[in-house]
Design a protein around this ligand. Sequence first.
Ligand SMILES: NC(=O)c1ccc[n+]([C@@H]2O[C@H](COP(=O)([O-])OP(=O)(O)OC[C@H]3O[C@@H](n4cnc5c(N)ncnc54)[C@H](O)[C@@H]3O)[C@@H](O)[C@H]2O)c1
Length: 316
Amino acid sequence: MVLSGKRILVTGGAGFIGSNLVDHLVGENEVIVVDSLRTGKRENVNPSAEFHKLPIAKINEIEGRDIDVVFHLAAMASTQESFLKPDECIEINGAGTAKMLEFSRVNDIERFVFTSTAALYGNNPELPKRETMSIEILSPYAASKRAGEQLVDIYARSYGMKCYSLRLFNVFGPRQNPHNPYSGVISIFLDRAKRGETLYINGDGSHTRDFVFVNDAVRAFEHAAQGESEFGSAINISTGVETRIDQLARMIIEKVGSSSSIEFRDPKIGDVYRSYADNSKARRVLGWEPKFSFEQGLDTYLEWLTSHGQSYSERN
Ligand SMILES: NC(=O)c1ccc[n+]([C@@H]2O[C@H](COP(=O)([O-])OP(=O)(O)OC[C@H]3O[C@@H](n4cnc5c(N)ncnc54)[C@H](O)[C@@H]3O)[C@@H](O)[C@H]2O)c1
């Protein structure tokens, strides 16, 4: 399912997942990155890609005629931040996605992949999460991503665009910024464990997540650009494995050989309790499956942090 010989626009390509996606694509494709650097870093962008520091609200400044695929990852990517700045969240994630879809329609770009989220399942107790179950919107972030999914579905139905929404579960790996308070729990725990600092768990540690290694998430985008059925629909990108947060904290302390202790704090508002998902739709529709076990992903991330981590975290 390797994507090659395409001209590809990646929004959010200076961010954590987007920059890994760009690295994966540049060898075989021509890649254009649009990112406002709201949270992303210029130095994350692969030098072989064409870079535009631009908010997606101004996407029409890009010449879109020969683009084959749009991977739309630019977003306010945090549930917690969305409670602080709900209007900005809806503007970037909701209106911004409408802007990107319209840009794609006007420029006859047939392939569009939108980055949605596991957060849409909220606290619906049914497990594993399946695309057919009812969603439960618990934050402005989830509301904005739901709007994005609905727009994607409308563009597939109304204009025949070959688009999908990928509901990413908890992605982790290189370039996740441990100093962003809204960043993923794994990068924060790893960073603190390396310094021997306390690992804080919000809640009693029994809540769970489905952790997807970033290389697998990136391959899901590549597959989604080549899917041939169920256009407009949302697809879980998950491992199907449930990991408890206290178990994760202990595993990280052990792997790092750290003297860190664990402390429990009040749960965060809007936080989802248990989360892991069925990924059979991704296997069936996209021919995608995860290749990294959680432990393989963690080891690869640790190796990367050992070779790049110090300089990376100092810059951030
Ligand atoms: N990290 C995860 O586990 C996860 C899970 C589910 C969904 N997602 C989604 O994946 C995508 C990427 O997330 P990430 O974790 O890499 O976060 P990130 O913050 O590293 O990446 C988001 C990127 O979007 C850019 N951006 C923000 N607003 C912009 C705007 N108006 N115009 C142009 N660029 C803008 C940022 O500068 C950043 O580079 C997001 O859409 C996020 O909602 C992430």
